[in-house]
Design a protein around this ligand. Structure first.
Ligand SMILES: [Fe+2]
Ligand SMILES: [Fe+2]
Length: 250
């Protein structure tokens, strides 16, 4: 059994509230009787992309298991690379921060879906070429594609401004590739859908949750509910069964 603890969107900013929300998750994981095989954090690690925020991310996610991280729209490539050297192993410099990481039997292709200075996601032609080559490289074991922006419309007037744009060329690259699942964040919701024939599994937002437009209105104009429980996804892979995903809100 191979277990991924999938966290997303801690948005650490030096203040107590987001830090305590992340600590709810890490304390819960630390109490497991059998440690997870890997922790994956799918972006918006820091709230403003500042060096001191990445120092906090590094401290708070210093766990006894391997931890993988990728950037979200709130992150900034250069300070992220500089502050998270023990977590991020990406060739090149600055943007984009693409990684291929093998942890045990699983391969993680961590693609940077961000556009510097923007909140929406977009995969450039160069990134799509890199993905095509990387996903064609044979791997004997589960293969997870992880990125911040999920390939979906949330049907939310605010969040859909910041969605992953131009998804057709990505679908062409991903169709038929041996991907176990696509793991994402950004929409601050536990969400399950499909894209290009693959399962898409979104982790809940640690910092906050985005209610859907038909859910009870929030007391403020903000699109996020900062009081909703933080949560995580647990992806359980075995050689014999389809991937199983469990959501927890400790
Ligand atoms: Fe976020
Ligand atoms: Fe985001």
């Amino acid at each position: 059994m191979y277990v991924i603890a999938h966290l997303s969107d801690p948005h650490l900013d030096g203040s107590a509230e987001p830090r305590s929300r992340l600590r709810r998750i890490t304390a819960y994981l630390a109490a497991y009787t059998r440690p997870v095989d890997v922790v994956l954090v799918t972006g918006d690690l820091a709230d403003h992309g500042l060096a001191e925020e990445y120092a906090e991310v590094a401290r708070e996610l210093s766990l006894d298991v391997p931890v993988l991280m990728l950037p979200g729209n709130h992150d900034v490539s250069s300070p992220l690379r500089a502050g998270l050297t023990s977590y991020v192993d990406a060739p090149g410099a600055d943007h984009p921060v693409h990684q291929v990481r093998d942890v045990g039997e699983a391969r993680f292709v961590l693609v940077d879906s961000t556009v510097p200075g923007e909140d929406h996601g977009l995969l450039s032609a160069e990134t799509l070429d890199w993905l095509e080559k990387t996903l064609s490289d044979p791997h004997d074991g589960p293969l997870f594609l992880a990125m911040h922006h999920p390939p979906l419309d949330l049907h939310h007037p605010v969040m859909d401004q910041w969605k992953l744009f131009d998804r057709e060329p990505l679908a062409e690259v991903l169709t038929g590739k041996p991907i176990t699942a696509i793991l994402t964040g950004h929409v601050h919701n536990a969400v399950v859908t499909t894209f290009a024939g693959h399962q898409v599994l979104g982790a809940p937002g640690i910092r906050s949750t985005v209610p859907l437009p038909f859910e009870p209105p929030l007391p403020t104009d903000s699109p996020v509910d900062p009081t909703a429980h933080p949560g995580l996804a647990l992806h359980v892979h075995t050689p014999t069964d389809p991937l199983q995903t469990f959501y927890r809100f400790p």
